[in-house]
Design a protein around this ligand. Structure first.
Ligand SMILES: *Cc1c(COP(=O)(O)O)cnc(C)c1O
Length: 394
């Protein structure tokens, strides 16, 4: 099979087959190489491998056959030239951001960020002499206005956590390209099936594989995808020498997760769409934000930029924090947890958990109110989920 033919496979086929390398035993399932190192036939062979004159593995902090299969499968899905898998989503975000800048550079980021991502931008980067500006990323003109002569990097998530605002990736990438800055997109909420930032002009895509890619609550993982040149020139040495590498066991788990990713995301999105319609009609609900509903404030952009809706819904229960807590506590099937993308439906109160470190003012600025809840819709039967929600609201 040529590479060209493989590129023509649909995602469901890619996710079962792409990247697989079989040993001489011809195993059906991907082999799990639980090994730290590799042995060489001769001292000369070791020398040649270290000199990069001969292909092969050296040490699992650098690369490992099982991790390699996961990276190749992710490249096929994303349409990226190259990838590096990491031990967690945050290891991926940190590496992608830190390898894009140096002291004296300036970064512009959307303020609606996953808490730890915001910490890297607001707290870590300034410590090493990188200036940062947080903006309302949904307004294209704010990106333009924030640009300085030393701006080297734009960073954002879309849809955002937890209020599911959408950022115009193509428009932001055009602004970045006009000044020679790089665009890093955290694509976790969209999933690689529903949004393709590289096709829209972004340079680097990062994932927490902990979320939909595992999707079954088992392990942490992350991945950075970009062009070969950036990975070789900017990321490679950082990656080898600081050691954020993914464990082979987790890579194997994630490979198995990828096999069912298209099925799961499709079903979870369908369930979420039905639940968002139910919530929108319910008198105890003040606001529903769901990318996929026509009343999403950015429905037009979503239809241009995304291939599907979301597995997450953001909504406000009447009665503020007290109302939200009472509702969450009354749920039976839906579990209270800050994770997302799981087979199990999970609900979180962002104001007191994932976004508790923000000031009240900063929370309100990104649309988090007392009654705001975020639900990650799972694989349970949608009828059962709606019945659970209806009973808890009553
Ligand atoms: C969960 C998450 C991360 C961090 O991923 P971990 O695997 O938990 O380290 C980063 N960005 C977004 C948008 C996330 O949802």
């Amino acid at each position: 099979m040529t590479n060209e033919a493989k590129r023509n496979w649909k995602p469901a086929t890619q996710m079962v087959h792409s990247g697989t390398v079989r040993t001489a035993f011809g195993e059906t399932s991907e082999a799990l190489f639980l090994t730290q190192g590799f042995v060489y036939e001769t001292a000369g062979a070791a020398e040649r491998r270290f000199k990069d004159e001969e292909p092969g593995f050296i040490y699992s902090r650098y690369a490992n056959p099982t991790v390699d299969m996961f990276e190749k499968r992710m490249c096929a899905l994303e349409g990226a030239e190259d990838a590096r898998a990491t031990a967690s989503g945050m290891a991926a975000v940190a590496a992608a951001l830190l390898c894009s800048v140096q002291a004296g550079d300036h970064v512009v980021a959307a303020r609606a960020l996953f808490g730890s991502c915001r910490w890297i931008i607001e707290k870590l980067m300034p410590k090493y002499g990188v200036e940062t500006t947080l903006i309302d990323g949904t307004k294209n003109e704010e990106w333009e206005k924030a640009v300085r002569p030393n701006t080297k990097l734009f960073f954002f998530e879309s849809p955002t956590n937890p209020t599911l605002e959408v950022i115009d990736i193509a428009a932001v990438a055009r602004i970045a390209n006009s000044i020679g800055a790089r665009v890093v997109v955290d694509n976790v909420f969209a999933t690689p099936l529903h949004q393709k930032p590289l096709e829209l002009g972004a340079h680097v895509v990062v994932y927490s594989a902990t979320k939909h890619i595992d999707g079954q609550g088992r392990c942490l993982g992350g991945v950075i995808l970009s062009d070969k040149q950036w990975i070789n020139e900017q990321l490679q040495d950082y990656f080898r020498h600081t050691g954020p590498s993914l464990s082979p066991f987790n890579a194997w788990t994630l490979l198995k997760g990828l096999e069912t990713l298209p099925l799961r995301v499709r079903q979870q999105t369908e369930n979420a769409s039905r639940i968002s319609d139910f919530l929108a009609e319910h008198p105890s609900i003040e606001r529903v934000i769901y990318p996929g509903r026509k009343d999403h404030p950015q429905a037009e952009l979503i239809s241009r930029q995304m291939k599907g809706g979301s597995t997450l819904i953001c909504f406000d229960v009447k009665g503020g924090k007290e109302g939200a807590f009472k509702f969450a506590d009354a749920l039976e099937i839906v579990k209270i947890s800050n994770n997302l993308g799981d087979a199990k439906s999970l609900i979180t109160h962002p104001g007191t958990t994932t976004h508790k470190n923000l000031t009240e003012e900063a929370r309100v600025a990104i649309g988090i109110n007392g009654g705001t809840l975020r639900i990650s819709v799972g694989l349970e039967d949608a009828d059962d989920l709606i019945a659970d929600i209806e009973r808890a609201l009553a």
